[in-house]
Design a protein around this ligand. Structure first.
Ligand SMILES: [Zn+2]
Length: 377
């Protein structure tokens, strides 16, 4: 990274500040910029909301690295900081250029959630559960409503009876079964947790347009979607985000290492449960010609129980908290922000180091792409 840029200065305290830093860093290095404004909504301070892109590289690249932030709104504080650091990182940009890799940064895929300090978008949709085929039958969520009745009960906090019902569910289905029922993505409760929506969101449609613009000629595309909130403090777990296909999995592990974890059903090694509708899956629809290397980089923050209780309280306020006063709402949003973003230089340094390595691995991996591709029978 440019030594004149400190670790902390890449990160921001609000969406508006983050967007400004991203746009200015892109301008300073001559990146090609685009802004896609979210219609009919404003940020928490009345500011316009947008997805912004910065592109560095040849027109219609054959090899492309995408780094995206803010798919889960409030998690964008982390990913935005990584993107600003990349834009200031002359050494990294040179390595990508030498490898013939175009660099596309997609800032704040869910700008509403980023600004309003929530994980979901303007319609309470979890954008990373929204990329499913809406022409096909939607994935079922058989246990969600039962679980919602005791994790988001009418009164807060949950009663002793609610907790007993949760414990009974865990005895029957296990802790992982409970987490799967809550967080794998549901289509039955629009005010509930991890709601995937019943139609493509604005973020979904916009990301697809961006992919068509930049990825049309690419033969290989690596995509790092940055998240926070699961796993050990400051550790970036690589969550495989592609299809359940042996060649695709091998390609991702050849790039990022054997610690690319699978979240498919039955795999219990990962910090995440199996989910449907990931943003990265859109690459298979929009850039069908490209070999895909897809990973979510999930940085740990607070212990799981603290993240979960912050998330549940914020969701309860949205679902049942009609009489909750503004100060309590603001405090809950702040607790949620702190659960997904550790505002100190040690954590930020850990994040930037690992994000940089993940980008360098793409430069190395895609530099070899042509020879390996030509060797395929
Ligand atoms: Zn996330």
């Amino acid at each position: 990274m440019n030594p004149s840029i400190s670790t902390g200065s890449c990160f921001s305290g609000t969406y508006a500040e983050a967007r400004q830093k991203f746009v200015e860093a892109g301008m300073a290095c001559g990146a090609r910029a685009r802004q896609f404004i979210l219609p009919d909504h404003r940020g928490v301070f009345g500011e316009p909301l947008s997805i912004d892109t910065a592109y560095i590289g040849p027109d219609q690249p054959r090899r492309l690295l995408i780094v995206s932030s803010g798919t889960h709104g409030v998690e964008g504080f982390c990913g935005s900081g990584c993107q600003v650091a990349v834009l200031h990182d002359t050494g990294l940009k040179d390595r990508l250029a030498q490898a013939g890799v175009g660099l596309l940064l997609i800032h704040a895929i869910n700008p509403y959630g980023f600004s309003h300090l929530q994980r979901t978008n303007e319609d309470n949709i979890d954008v990373n559960r929204n990329f499913v085929d809406f022409d096909a039958p939607l994935p079922p969520s058989p246990h969600y409503l039962e679980v919602e009745s005791f994790v988001l009960p009418p009164q807060w906090p949950p009663s002793g009876q609610d907790i007993e019902r949760q414990q009974a569910f865990v005895r029957q289905h296990g802790e992982r079964g409970l987490r799967h029922a809550v967080s794998s993505g549901q289509r039955v409760s629009p005010q509930g947790l991890f709601y995937g929506g019943t139609a493509p969101s604005w973020s979904n449609r916009t990301v697809r347009a961006i992919l068509r613009e930049h990825g049309a000629a690419a033969q290989a595309i690596a995509w790092i979607d940055i998240h926070t909130g699961l796993g050990p403090y400051g550790h970036g777990e690589k969550l495989y985000a592609g299809r359940n296909d042996a060649r695709d999995i091998a390609r991702a592990r050849a790039c990022w290492g054997s610690d690319v974890f699978l979240t498919f059903s039955g795999n219990t090694d990962s910090v995440s449960v199996d989910v449907t509708g990931l943003v990265c899956s859109s690459l298979h629809d929009e850039c069908v010609q490209a070999e895909a290397l897809l990973v979510g980089l999930e940085f740990g923050t607070l212990p799981f129980s603290a993240v979960q209780s912050a998330l549940y309280h914020a969701a309860w306020i949205r679902a049942h908290g009609g009489k909750v006063d503004a100060a309590t709402r603001a405090a809950a949003a702040r607790v949620l922000r702190d659960a997904f973003y550790c505002d100190n230089d040690v954590w930020k340094g850990m994040i930037l180091g690992q994000a940089r390595v993940a980008c360098l691995q793409v430069a190395q991996s895609l530099a070899r792409f042509d020879t390996e591709h030509a060797a395929q029978p």
